[in-house]
Design a protein around this ligand. Structure first.
Ligand code: SF4
Length: 442
């Protein structure tokens, strides 16, 4: 069943979810300040469509990962293509979008607090010119899908809620909200329109993020990604290669392949005699590395379950593949890993690391969670021992917080805040020493 709807007395149901996006033309590439606020001096922006005569000013605030930054960038491309203007300050905007992350409580709290602070702006004198409508204030991305209509109940000044699957529809929804004074909510989990990725609007002139897949089908017990972004959806490999080619043509030679679980990428399609062909992550990486003019390609984030010797051999043999692997292990304890539903034992992880070091010899980084339910001191010591053994260049260390709707949210959050903080600090201090030691060696 479709999850999008209009919350309004005067907008018809037919308005909602219709794809009013016309064919999108390639816009001029623009330089902007980088994440977390996508902004650009309105006066300097190229306007490619002026026929509609409606050019609202848009401000996007981004929370979360590189994937979210790329989503905001791609969305900005749609806006600029339609003649909307991107501005640097929320105060200057007719449309304020908050692109959110639900992976950690901290990012979610910051986004909620920012969204709350917009109440005064909505109630102020600002109106969309010639429209006599309120500003459009939208919650988009993972939190939208996670919290949905609850936000409307708590925040009357918000009038647009769109999940990660609906980004390509946002320009149309903005128009409807502003013209009809309606509220729109669309949380449907669907394939994104490929045109979202086809525009050349870039935040960084040196490196481009290219989304190769969205969602994840691993269902780690603490992680909200499969619920808010859906199961793994690989993009057609040819579209990905074309996007990389377009970046190279535009002078952006360094590419980061993005996905919640990049090396689980497998795109399946029919060839002759109805036979199936599967393009794996290694196949895709090879195709991209082969492109003329590509200076460097890297990728984030990898899962230990899907990191193969074949991948490492390719990394070693190609000079334009960055010799760095971000490979989260989360805990050094098999008992905790099982409870996290990670699908590997720590001996498997260490074996993968050993092979990477032998074959590629590059640097490593990881994500680690401390204070997962039922984590005992011995479990934590096992995590510390992995950090000591592997010697990561850097690591993102998080204190566990339960995420709504996940399996772990039903477990007792048994580790006290005091212990989570103590373990977090201990691990952070250890990692800092290792990072410093590795830096000196360079
Ligand atoms: S592999 Fe990563 S994105 Fe997928 S469920 Fe596990 S933690 Fe979440």
């Amino acid at each position: 069943m479709s999850k999008h709807k209009d919350i309004n007395n005067n907008a018809s149901r037919d308005d909602i979810g219709s794809n009013a996006l016309g064919p999108l033309t390639q816009n001029a590439s623009a330089q902007m300040p980088s994440h977390p606020n996508i902004g650009l001096n309105a006066a300097t922006q190229p306007l490619t469509r002026s026929a509609s005569g409606w050019h609202p000013k848009v401000f996007i605030k981004t929370f979360g990962c590189q994937m979210n930054s790329r989503d905001s960038e791609a969305l900005s491309g749609l806006f600029v293509d339609r003649g909307y203007r991107i501005v640097e300050k929320a105060d200057d905007a007719d449309v304020i979008l908050v692109n959110t992350c639900s992976v950690r409580a901290h990012a979610e709290n910051r986004a909620i607090s920012f969204l709350g602070s917009l109440k005064s702006i909505q109630n102020s004198k600002f109106k969309i010119k010639n429209c006599q409508s309120p500003k459009v204030i939208g919650l988009i991305g993972c939190m939208a899908r996670n919290l949905g209509e609850e936000i409307y109940k708590k925040m009357p000044h918000v009038n647009l809620i769109c999940g990660p699957g609906c980004l390509d529809k946002i320009p149309d929804y903005i128009k409807k909200v502003s013209e009809k004074g309606s509220r729109i909510i669309d949380l449907e989990d669907r394939d994104r329109n490929e045109e979202l990725y086809s525009l050349s609007f870039k935040v960084d002139s040196d490196r481009a993020g290219v989304v190769i897949s969205t969602g994840c089908s691993n269902y780690c017990s603490y992680c909200v990604v499969p619920y808010v972004r859906g199961n793994l959806r690989p993009r057609n490999h040819q579209n990905i290669v074309d996007e990389v080619k377009n970046n190279i043509k535009a002078g952006v030679g360094k590419i980061t392949l993005l996905g919640q679980n990049v090396n689980d990428y497998h795109y399946q399609f029919k060839i002759q005699n109805s036979k199936l062909k599967i393009i794996t992550f290694v196949d895709l990486l090879k195709m991209i590395s082969d492109l003329e003019g590509l200076k460097e390609v890297d990728f984030i984030s990898s899962n230990p379950r899907n990191s193969s010797v074949e991948l490492f051999k390719l990394m070693a043999e190609r000079s334009n593949i960055k010799k760095h692997l971000h490979i989260p292990f989360q805990s050094g304890s098999d008992r905790v890993l099982k409870s996290m539903n990670r699908g590997y034992a720590i001996a498997d992880y260490l074996d993968t690391i050993k092979k990477y070091k032998e074959i590629v010899g590059g640097s490593l980084s990881a994500d680690i969670i401390v204070g997962f339910p039922n984590e005992e001191e011995d479990d934590f010591l096992a995590t510390k021992s992995v950090v000591e053994k592997v010697e990561f260049k850097y690591a993102y260390i998080f204190k566990y917080s339960p995420r709504l709707g996940t399996a772990a949210a039903n477990m007792v959050d048994s580790v006290s805040t005091e212990y989570k903080e103590k373990r977090h600090k201990e691990l952070l201090d250890l990692q800092k020493q290792i990072s410093r030691k590795l830096q000196k060696k360079c």
